[in-house]
Design a protein around this ligand. Sequence first.
Ligand code: ADP
Ligand code: MG
Length: 697
Amino acid sequence: MSKIEINRPLAEIPVTTLKGVGPKGAERLAKLGIESLQDLLFHLPLRYQDRTRITPIGALNQGDQVVIEGVVELSDVRFGRRRSLLVQVADGTGTILLRFFHFSSAQRAALSRGVRLRCFGEIRNGPSSFEMIHPEYQRIDDAASQELEAELTPIYPTTEGMHQLTWRTLTQQVLDLLASNPYALADLLPLEQQSRRPTLAEALHYLHRPPPDAPLAQLFAGEHPAQQRLIFEELTAHQISLRQLRQQQQQIPAPIIKGDALLQQRLLKSLPFQLTGAQQRVVDEILSDLQRPFPMLRLVQGDVGSGKTVVSALAALATVEAGYQVALMAPTELLAEQHLNNFTTWLRPLGIEPLWLTGRHKGRERKERLQRIADGSAKVVVGTHALFQDDVIFHSLGLAVIDEQHRFGVHQRLALREKGHSDAVPHQLIMTATPIPRTLAMTAYADLDLSVIDELPPGRTPVTTVVISDSRRDEVISRVSRACADGRQAYWVCTLIEESEMLQCQAAEESAQQLTERLPNLRVSLVHGRLKATEKAAVMADFKAGKIDLLVATTVIEVGVDVANASLMIIENPERLGLAQLHQLRGRVGRGTTESHCLLMYHPPLSGNAKARLAMLRESNDGFKIAEKDLELRGPGEVLGTRQTGEMQLRIADVLRDQDLLPDVQQAADEILQRHPELVEPLIHRWLGERVEFGRV
Ligand code: ADP
Ligand code: MG
């Protein structure tokens, strides 16, 4: 490397300047997002091995990964079920067996009696003593020449063709460079934050090359101050990027929606109920957003049954009254159709006929519908993601309502934005029944405003949940029979562990058949994901009309389906689902005034974690509490679905584990945005790289 390079910031020096990185190597590194020396330094070890000391064989524990040293006492090839080479090694404190399933005759000859060996591997319990299976080993011919490692050995996340040794030599070159010029890597935190933590260079050096006495357990848990230093910076970078998104959002014009609210008043008068306090508050929040000259980006969270639909209808009416169009989108056709029905019932008397658009509309029919969207005669359009397609052009889209946000990513929201005028973008109202724990809201959703409908309409009786073994299936079936004899309706939900929709449908078909035989007096029907949309809709309509007693279903009924007379739900193998999903499913009952029950019929034995999850569900009907627990048991990746994996990928931080840092992170983000704007770009570049592009306007 030339002298000139040494004085440049690491972020500007390409990896190709390193010894040992040719075009191929550069390509492999690029696959992992590593282009500069800075990127390489932020590629941190996953874990460490301790090769700094020799452990006496007598002091070994099962599961340890250690170096041992001893003399071969016996070496023998066994011809059992599998041919293997067994080598017994002793060091005066005990003996251990090395076991090789693959070996050459040269190897066998080298591992002969009297040879001194140093081995590294994991200690396992064998039939008669501890064993190491295929350990790394070397012959020690001259003890003085074989030095142990001076530092813990880092193990890097890697890709094909990149050996751990390569990672070590590459990172070593950068660490040396950094040691000779500490300014090559800028500390991007404000000074106040820096003083409380190790410097960035110290932290990185420590994590790449921890000293022999490093607290491995603390490192493993991500709680070491060196890790915390980086975690803090990463969370701060994310926070800033989300706030930037939000600020950018506020620079764009959106239609100002203001009116005398006549249509809203007429809708409210026609409803058989009054809004709850929480609904009213959220409606007010939305209406005040709509009056501002930049786009609303508001996420409404409300537990299942909290009445989000009518809230969105009121927002829609305000928009229509101001002369703009509304698009309402749902993730499934089933749900979209239900919205269409609700909106039609509510809006038709006001002279507004919602237009239905799905992927099923083809040819001339589609053309006609598109025409009415384009000329503005369709004021309210309801559909699935078919509304995102390029040929759907709105005359004057003012508001997009997106139900069950989890399945709509940022990309789609941006695509939607393009559906507005050339000079203004629509307001966005996103609704979800999956409560988002505060910790996640503060991180993953920092670019949105949040509203919470934290009150259920009056007159609902909470669902009683029972956890029951499937050995009592007969009892469960008679329970269904009794409930339906009393004029109630029931759901029977089949779950499968496989992702395969086909298998899940098959299981549901089998259950439906069996239940039809066992319950000859009941009208049993089946709905699953492989039915045509029209068929699904017909079954749901029959169920809603009371023409079906027992509806056997896959998890397609998860979101939004609303049948007040259904008061019993059986969920088969609930242990296979996450808490939030179970809570969603359960929300299909308890929508009327009768007492409702949910039977979680598990297949024993249950794991400890599954037991805890089901118990949580039995004990609580509070979606927020359940979501907190879900987050704790399954982690944010699962809870957030695709959003977390694709768009909120953290390298070292873990929002749950590191939540205590969040208040400080928010403060640091404020400070940087206000007082150190020059840090914003490098911070985002360092931690988010190209991934942030999706947010650019
Ligand atoms: P979700 O929030 O799960 O989408 P919905 O909007 O489907 O809930 O509402 C569930 C049911 O509650 C619907 O039948 C709806 O008409 C009814 N509902 C909504 N608000 C109220 C209210 N304030 N009082 C009584 N019933 C209400
Ligand atoms: Mg809903």
